[in-house]
Design a protein around this ligand. Structure first.
Ligand SMILES: O=C(O)C(=O)C[C@H](CCCc1ccccc1)C(=O)O
Ligand SMILES: [Zn+2]
Length: 327
């Protein structure tokens, strides 16, 4: 069933329902004057007609199998629809941690085989584009509209491009809510993804895991069954929502929470993101931005944990600082 503007082919009822209401995100032409104003103000916007990754619009499974090369790629396996990211390097901090997904390494051909016979599991290929890809893919990559993104990177004083993550997901896969510490141009290539976004101001409603956890930057709230006793302020969350189709580029500002899901029972989705380091402010100006305050909170949490060497001492110590003195 066609829905939304143009020839977008998806059924809006084929996305999961959640407990909070959402408002749309602007969808603007890359030359529209408001587009750059929104990016400059670190607000999300769907940018059309960038031609950013047009050479990759043909990256369907057959083409990727042919040109992605015979290298091994990172594939996550999950027993549920959720693929909650975790940093393997931090598992040593939390011996009780049980990874919610398994990291596998396989060729694209093996991944295709899993897609055809997934059994009860779900798979999600998440692989940074690197020099192991085949020549044709290099040509496609070189054919990206680098003039556009390089101009944006310069205009908004972003840091260097750090990586382009290739994402090939099964229908219904969900990447639960998290924030990244990088600016992100997210290019949707095949299939449809819905992105729910929450501004960094809602940090207090989304309850990210402690910073030493492998799930640092990920929300503790299970959007499918929010535990409002543990996370009461989740009631206040107000999201933004957008459905991305082939050719759409979503600007996901640094520190904005986002939850990404592939339309259920539709085709495999293919996306590629462009992660940039944030710019460095040469002079601190007041009032501080919310992004600066989140960065400050992270630094305080890191320093305190390093000083105390014991996460259990964090709450009592912070309460002694705050209770009856700052609240
Ligand atoms: O581009 C982004 O930022 C996304 O979140 C896209 C998301 C997959 C990202 C997986 C991931 C999450 C956290 C850290 C490293 C990797 C999707 O499309 O499912
Ligand atoms: Zn992300």
């Amino acid at each position: 069933m066609a829905s939304g503007s143009g020839d977008r082919k998806y059924d809006p009822n084929k996305f999961r329902k959640y407990t909070f209401d959402t408002e749309p995100i602007p969808r603007l032409h890359c030359y529209h004057p408001d587009t750059d104003r929104l990016i400059a103000n670190e607000r999300p916007v769907v940018i059309t007609d960038t031609h950013l990754a047009d050479t990759a619009l043909k990256w369907d499974l057959e083409y990727l199998a042919k040109h992605l090369g015979s290298g091994q790629h990172t594939v996550y396996r999950s027993k549920t629809h959720k693929f909650k990211y975790y940093d393997e390097k931090k598992i040593k901090n939390l011996p009780s941690f049980t990874p919610p997904t398994q990291v596998l390494r396989m060729t694209f051909a093996e991944f295709l085989d899993k897609l055809r016979n997934p059994g009860k599991d779900r798979y999600y290929l998440q692989q940074a584009l690197n020099d192991t890809v085949g020549k044709q893919l290099v040509l496609d990559y070189l054919g990206f509209n680098w003039d556009y993104v390089n101009e944006q990177q310069r205009k908004f004083k972003w840091g260097p491009l750090t990586s382009n993550l290739l994402l090939v997901g099964m229908p219904g896969n969900v990447t639960p809510a998290h924030y990244d510490e990088q600016q992100n141009f997210f290019a949707q290539l095949r299939g449809y993804k819905r992105v729910l976004l929450f501004p960094p101001e809602q940090f207090g409603c989304l309850y990210s895991h402690p910073i030493h956890s492998p799930h640092d930057r990920q929300s503790q709230v299970d959007f499918d069954a929010p535990d409002l006793a543990r996370f009461p302020r989740f009631r206040e969350v107000r999201g933004h929502k957008v459905v991305l189709g082939p050719g759409d580029v979503l600007y996901i500002p640094m520190y904005w929470w986002h939850h990404v899901e592939s339309l259920v029972d539709s085709e495999v989705t293919v996306s590629v993101n462009f992660w940039y380091k944030g710019g460095t402010v040469d002079k601190i100006e007041y009032p501080l931005s919310i992004q600066q305050k989140v960065a400050i909170m992270r630094n305080i949490e890191k320093m305190l944990l390093e000083a105390l060497h014991d996460p259990d001492q964090m709450a009592p110590l912070l309460c002694d600082i705050v209770k009856g003195r700052y609240d």
